[in-house]
Write a protein that binds this ligand. Structure first.
Ligand SMILES: [Zn+2]
Length: 609
């Protein structure tokens, strides 16, 4: 109930402002040239068996030690093990459900049949598996910068679509194959990332080069990460689809006999949609938002670095595979929302933003999920504001939705690992950082904010930044931002200001502006006098109130804190204004009350003055 009330109230108060013209787009400075390192590269030949719901694969993993340390063991992630037994950490934490979908008859698994040094001794017998993680002792240590090549063969059993991977749709002929092959864990900052795969947690992978040949029955169309390195070739009753992907952290593919492709161009990037017309045929909507969002993020943050972006339509009955990001490939779908609700556009704009965060800045998505989902959610809602499009939930715009979501639980910090959250995960990791970043952008100005984001990307593209790196990059451009990083992201307090009643007397006017919230963000203060003259002052965000006094002769009529509504994350703006006229209220009738509410709404909208 509270949530609905907030949605309605906020949409009334804020929606017109959100649709107001934003500053024109500014081109970000061109990012420093950066070449992605080939740390973990894969050359794999795999075969999809749609009847058995399996993928069999073999090939080579080439791992170059990216650290100054000598490595005596490797760690390999076998994600599908999470669905192999109800005793897995993932299924115990999730209770067998994920994002509203349950795992019912969805057993998945992955079984390694070969793991050996290339042309050398077996490594499998001496390896130990714990949950989804395989520890592989090395017969000879791997020196800094040295390359090791592993010969692998395995079989993956795909679940009925669950937690973003598996099969479903018409006659179970749709496949979204993710988290499906033996995957190198990350060695970073002097240690292997051996955090187990948690139900709330996404991923952390190294950059590398992927060369895949995917065999599927001839009637299937296969879409994958990267670019097709050649057209499919037919061999008997099968077709083989070759893909090449460089500078990426993962590989996923989709397959269906029902895919129909549509293409569009966004700058230098080809966008290819694998649409399922049987699911409603949303090609124009997919491509429209994809072209716009890709161009916008490229202009704001730095160019999209790949020649192609692939969009996968997902059947409604396989919704658990929808709304997911891989490098150069995203999945959409309406997730059951009404076709005209704008949800598809919101999902596509969000998933495309992931092509920057974290696909170019490979953060540890489990340990610092807000750097992944928060920056992405911000980018998506910012695209809506810039484009003026209705992305989201019908009449409720996505930024208002995020503000309402944040308002439902503002006392949660955003900087915890994914596995330390429960139901508040979405608020903490998506909505709160998104409205916070929108606030930061408004406080420092769009041009400076985008320049800082672009500088962060340029410095950390194709590397593994942390929240501390993000903070350092932003502060290098914008100055000290303790109020944002320490108090807002890392704290539980809120943004709040209030103005006390105006006192107009024979000796002049006085009014006090004080910070009522814990977050020491500075705020502008607009004073309007009886003559119509205005004065713009500032509260520095400190604990001391701003005591204002003005000489007699031109009484103060109104004081408004944050008149341009830069503090988007401020939840209660009712006390931000003080109005001399409102002393008439107690004995006034309907007209005066209407005037009061009109004035309240006007100051909420930031249109005063
Ligand atoms: Zn996301």
């Amino acid at each position: 109930m509270r949530h609905n009330y907030l949605l309605i109230l906020l949409s009334i108060l804020l929606a017109p402002l959100l649709l107001a013209a934003a500053p024109p787009p500014r081109s970000a400075p061109p990012p420093r040239a950066a070449t992605p390192p080939d740390v973990a590269s894969y050359t794999l030949r795999v075969t999809l068996d749609p009847a058995a719901k399996t993928v069999r694969g073999e090939g080579l993993i080439a791992y170059r030690n990216p650290s100054p340390d000598t490595l005596r063991e490797l760690w390999i992630r076998l994600y599908l093990k999470a669905f192999s037994t109800p005793d897995s950490l993932w299924l115990r934490e999730s209770g067998g459900a994920h994002r509203g979908f349950d795992s019912a008859d969805s057993r998945g698994d992955i079984t390694l049949s070969r793991l050996a040094l290339r042309g050398g001794p077996d490594l499998l017998a001496s390896s130990t598996l714990t949950d989804t993680l395989l520890r592989v002792p090395l017969p000879t240590p791997l020196a800094p910068g040295a390359l090791i090549e592993l010969d692998v063969a395995w079989e993956s059993l795909l679940p009925r679509v669950f937690a973003r991977t598996g099969y479903g749709g018409r006659d179970d002929s749709f496949f979204m194959v993710g988290q499906w092959y033996p995957k190198m864990a990350v060695y970073h900052d002097g240690r292997w990332d051996t955090e187990p795969w948690h139900a709330n947690s996404e991923f952390f992978h190294d950059f590398g080069r992927y060369e895949l040949e995917i065999t599927a029955p001839a009637e299937y169309v296969v879409a994958g990460v990267g670019v097709p390195s050649a057209g499919p070739r037919t061999v008997g009753a099968a077709r083989i689809w070759p893909f090449l992907a460089e500078g990426v952290t993962d590989f996923a593919f989709a397959a269906s006999p029902d895919f129909v492709t549509h293409t569009a161009q966004s700058g230098p990037t080809e966008i290819v949609l694998y649409d399922l017309p049987r699911e409603g045929g949303a090609a124009a909507r997919y491509l429209d938002v994809a072209v716009g969002a890709l161009a916008a993020y490229s202009a704001w943050f730095g160019a999209y670095p790949h020649p192609r972006l692939t969009l996968i339509d997902v059947p409604a009955s396989a919704g658990g595979a929808g709304g997911m990001e891989y490098p150069t490939l995203i999945t959409g779908g309406t997730l059951g929302a009404e076709p005209d609700a704008g949800f598809l556009e919101l999902v596509v704009a969000h998933e495309i933003a992931h092509q920057w965060w974290p696909m170019q800045t490979a953060t540890n998505e489990g340990r610092e999920p807000w750097l992944d989902e928060g920056l992405t959610e911000y980018s998506g809602i910012r695209y809506q504001l810039e484009s003026g499009r209705e992305l989201g939930f019908g009449a409720i715009s996505a930024p208002v939705y995020d503000l309402a979501s944040y308002a439902a639980g503002p006392g949660v910090r955003s900087d915890l690992p994914a596995w330390e959250y429960d139901s508040e995960y979405a608020i903490a990791v998506y909505s709160k950082p998104a409205v916070g970043l929108l606030t930061l952008e408004r406080v420092v100005g769009t041009e400076r904010f985008r320049a800082a984001m672009a500088a962060y990307l340029a410095e950390w593209r194709f590397r593994h930044p942390t929240a501390a790196d993000f903070r350092a990059a932003m502060e290098a451009e914008l100055g000290e931002l303790g109020w944002f990083f320490d108090d807002y992201i890392g704290g539980t307090g809120v943004i709040g200001y209030r103005a006390t009643p105006i006192v107009n007397g024979p000796d002049g006017s006085s009014v006090r502006v004080e910070r009522s919230g814990a977050i020491p963000v500075p705020a502008e203060v607009l004073v309007r006098f009886a003559s119509g003259r205005t004065q713009l002052l500032a509260h520095d965000g400190g604990a001391a109130p701003l005591e204002l006094s003005f000489p007699a002769g031109d009484p103060v009529r109104a004081v408004v804190v944050d008149p341009e509504h830069k503090l988007y994350a401020e939840l209660d703006r009712r006390d931000n204004g003080a109005y001399a006229e409102l002393r008439l209220l107690p004995q006034a009738g309907f007209a005066a009350r209407l005037a009061f509410w009109t004035q309240l709404i006007i100051q909420s909208l930031g249109l005063f003055g």
